[in-house]
Design a protein. Sequence first.
Lengths: 331, 274
Amino acid sequence: MLTDSSPAGSGPVNPNRNLAADAFTLRRRPPSEKLIDLGFRQLTLVLASFVAIVLLGIFLTVFQGAREAISSFGLSFLTTSSWDPVNEEYGAFIAIYGTLVTSILSLAIAIPLGVGTAIFITEDLIPSSLREAIGLMVELLAAIPSVVLGLWAIFVMEPAIRPALNLLHSLLGWTPFFNTVPQGPGMAPAILILVVMVLPIITAISRDALNQVPIELRQGAYGVGTTRWGAIFSVILPAAVSAITGGVMLALGRAMGETMAVTMIVGNALNFDLSLLAPGNTIAAMLANQFGEADGIQVSALMYAALILMLLTFAVNVVAQWLVRRLSLRY
Amino acid sequence: MTSSLYSSQSADSTKGDACMSLQNVTISYGKFEAVKNVFMDIPRGRVTAFIGPSGCGKSTVLRGLNRMNDLIPGCKLKGRVVFDGHDLYDPKVDPVEVRRRIGMVFQKPNPFPKTIYENIAFGARINGFKGDMDELVERSLRKAAVWDECKDKLRESGFALSGGQQQRLCIARAIATEPEVILMDEPCSALDPISTLKIEETMHELKRSYTIIIVTHNMQQAVRVADQTAFFNAEAVEGGTGKVGYLVEFNDTERIFNAPGQQATQDYVSGRFG
Ligand SMILES: Nc1ncnc2c1ncn2[C@@H]1O[C@H](COP(=O)(O)OP(=O)(O)OP(=O)(O)O)[C@@H](O)[C@H]1O
Ligand SMILES: [Mg+2]
């Protein structure tokens, strides 16, 4: 208790003053407290490096596994589309194309939808009970296991949207992107099921980001005479954009890496077709399908594909962050 | 400096043409009445100050003058606020148009998440400004006494400024849209004396073409800038949940500070409050 009276230098000058100071026994921090502080700092460092170490470990393992394929196929792996275990010739172009097309197009649909829903449930356009109900439903959507979504996609969604896809084919069949007759699994239904899967992520994070925008900013926007829409699009969304981008990046990771539902509906094609209505493949689906039976250089080729998936995700992330930083100030 | 302030003002200034007229205005948040029964004619082309103890409803009344209270759920205004011959709270009146004509500077600095340049240009563009934008930006920043600090970083974020600089940026933003009335809620509370003086000079200049209403806790500032001063006070009422604000006295600044009609005003302006 009286540790502060022991140092000789700080002897009491005025007894009254000392009495008052004695009531605050922790003016001098005891060594144990400093030790706890230090320990806590080290602990957070360990926890923070854990993520980095796991990431690095995965990367190195995958890279190690892929080395054989990298040395025998080189960069032509990225541009050829033969996947031939008999002749041991591998190229991942179909899967890379499929991964990029399905994830980017699904985000292109899900971002406006998700951010729009978030705006709808944060601005007081509708009664608050209705807003909360919609928010809850979106979160429940995230809780559905992807295998259930995959089954739903095969048996319910795909037959239901077939007429629409047929219409698309008859209208835009002259472009290479719609020039095949839709029949069952394909890239288009895979894109739609990905939309369903990433929508809750984008909506929930955008909603939280919009709720974080301070009321003062909103008042400032109305104060210069903006309309409601002007305030939303010119001030409130830009204020929330970096957090929303974080959510979109999470969603992108999900879309690029999603395995189960996509494998079930994408068609797992072995022949390349530019058309969105034709069966396709993605890297994640390919890994899920083939890893079990693969051996020899096929395993290495799959590892190579996995490495590409990781690098793709990383690259898209970096580009998106950069874009947002460039654009957010201007608008 | 003070001597010149009163020279422009004739004895019957309050009877001049009213820019805004509050007629029995009562503003409540939910069931709680924050200010009650305010009657007031705010003259055109003058600076009017609102003074009074914290929580007496100065900001509430000020926000009521350009329908900014619409944004606060549960906030209701009874009575009439007449501006340009119309009741601002008439259902036919568009609050967006009201705010284009009656601008506002807020108690806390709130720059937009945009560049300094865009912070100014945004409001002007919304109000249909067709002139030379670069020139407008510079002029507004100069009037708000922040040009020197901003001129080399017009393309940087408005958040890259200090708190006081941000507040002056917000003043520039309000000036740039050239509203007929500018409402300022403690615009100088985060500013150093030198910038404060510059802002006050700007107010003197602005009142030639605009009407300014300013909330301030700084008595000297009220004396320096305001032609009229309104003193608000708050008192507990029986059965009420909190103190209810009301207008005690509204008169020429000189009268309020030198010969107030009410004892409460006398006590407040001479620092014997409570
Ligand atoms: N958004 C709000 N919701 C509910 N009550 C509010 C709100 N804003 C203000 N009030 C209440 O209204 C009363 C007046 O507040 P107001 O902000 O107008 O005071 P003020 O005179 O501006 O005070 P200050 O000088 O401290 O800024 C206070 O009792 C306050 O608690
Ligand atoms: Mg206030």
